[in-house]
Design a protein around this ligand. Structure first.
Ligand SMILES: Cc1ncc(COP(=O)(O)O)c(C=O)c1O
Length: 357
């Protein structure tokens, strides 16, 4: 990696004001941010500056036409104190796939990764040392032309912000299979991490909460029969002692955790199938006593157990103690991130900046 990132350090660090034992997710931001602008067909002037407001005009296109994409990842600390990332190249690649889908410029993976490493290296004191805590990392890009006509912007801003997040003790979640709204359809933007996908999910999520469920389980946009994913997680079912997860066919976000979970389970000898999963197969397995576990996977939670699943007039409940596969795979990922389990796959990357010396 070799780029010249101009660094302006804060003269007024907020680090001392943060209570690392009582962090809420997503509301505390580290001292610096990485910013690079796309103009005249190229990425220009990468820099790290103190975290703070940015100036925009009311006509900024992303506010009107939604050209905005993002990523979510975590930096953790090895037990020896080294800051680590897990498979950051997967996020860099997915970011560019999202950008392409929204007709935005891609960002060279090298620049994405160098910005990421330099920023995290600089603000590594913000990675909470507590077990299970991490620094959440949010790269994002949005259109910045000021122009009120539907079309692509010619200028964009790419920013990375970070912030410490507390340990996530996942409580079991209840899900309701959505029967009216869809998150995405094949050919739409569901596979991209596009900001608008999340906007569209808020109303159904609120309705689900009003009915007493934590999250919506998204179904296919055609027949509402095949299971897609959940909120900010991919979903796994353990049935007949085998592991099933919906195939990513264009409408589901290809989760990085999903990808790692599949590999870890297969390497451990589990049979894992990526295929369309009909809700009726799940109901049948449940009725036969063959639905052993349901869990969601994602960067924030790693693995979250599902204890209740509603579909029309059926409510399936799962005993809390049943999470053998999910617990095993969560312990693997947590152990890899903490350096207590040996990384034999080259997934764990120490944070190292070529710019910061
Ligand atoms: C819609 C959606 N599905 C799945 C996931 C899980 O993806 P990952 O494992 O890369 O965090 C996320 C989170 O990023 C998400 O927002």
């Amino acid at each position: 990696m070799n780029s010249t990132i101009k660094i302006t350090k804060t003269t007024n660090s907020r680090l001392e004001t943060v209570d690392f034992d009582n962090l809420t997710f997503g509301s505390t931001f580290s001292d610096h941010m990485f910013v690079v602008d796309y103009k005249d067909g190229q990425w220009q002037n990468p820099e790290i500056v103190p975290y703070g407001p940015i100036q925009i005009e009311p006509a900024m296109m992303s506010l009107h036409y939604g050209q905005a994409v993002f990523e979510g990842m975590k930096a953790s600390k090895h037990i020896d104190g080294t800051p680590l990332l897990m498979r950051p190249e997967l996020n860099a690649r997915r970011f560019n796939l999202s950008a392409e889908r929204l007709s935005m410029p891609t960002i060279p993976e090298e620049l994405f990764l160098e910005g990421l490493h330099t920023l995290i290296d600089l603000d590594q004191a913000w990675i909470p040392p507590q077990k299970g805590s991490a620094m959440y990392v949010r790269p994002f890009m949005f259109a910045t032309d000021n122009y009120i006509k539907v079309g692509e912007s010619k200028t964009y801003k790419f920013i990375i912000i970070t912030g410490p997040v507390g340990p996530y003790y996942p409580k079991p979640i209840s899900l309701i299979a959505e029967q009216k709204y869809v998150r995405a359809v094949r050919g739409g933007t569901g596979e991209a991490k596009a900001a608008g996908n999340y906007a569209g999910s808020l109303l159904p999520a609120r309705i689900a909460r009003e009915k007493g469920y934590d999250q919506v389980m998204w179904m296919d946009g055609h027949d509402f029969e095949y299971i897609e994913e959940v909120g900010t997680m991919n979903i796994f079912f353990v049935m007949y002692n085998k592991v099933y997860t919906p195939a990513t066919d264009g409408s589901i976000l290809k989760g990085t955790t999903r990808q790692s979970v599949i590999t870890l389970l297969r390497d451990e000898g589990y049979e894992v199938f990526e295929k369309p999963i009909s809700i009726h197969e799940v109901l049948e397995a449940y009725d036969k006593g063959e639905l052993q576990e349901v869990f969601g996977t994602g960067t924030a939670v790693v693995v979250a157990k599902v204890n209740k699943l509603a579909y029309r007039d059926r409510v399936l409940e799962f005993p809390l103690e049943n999470l053998k596969v999910g617990n095993w795979v969560k312990a693997q990922i947590d152990g890899l991130r903490a350096g207590t389990i040996e990384d034999t796959r080259g997934w764990i990357v120490p944070v190292k900046s070529a710019t910061l010396v």
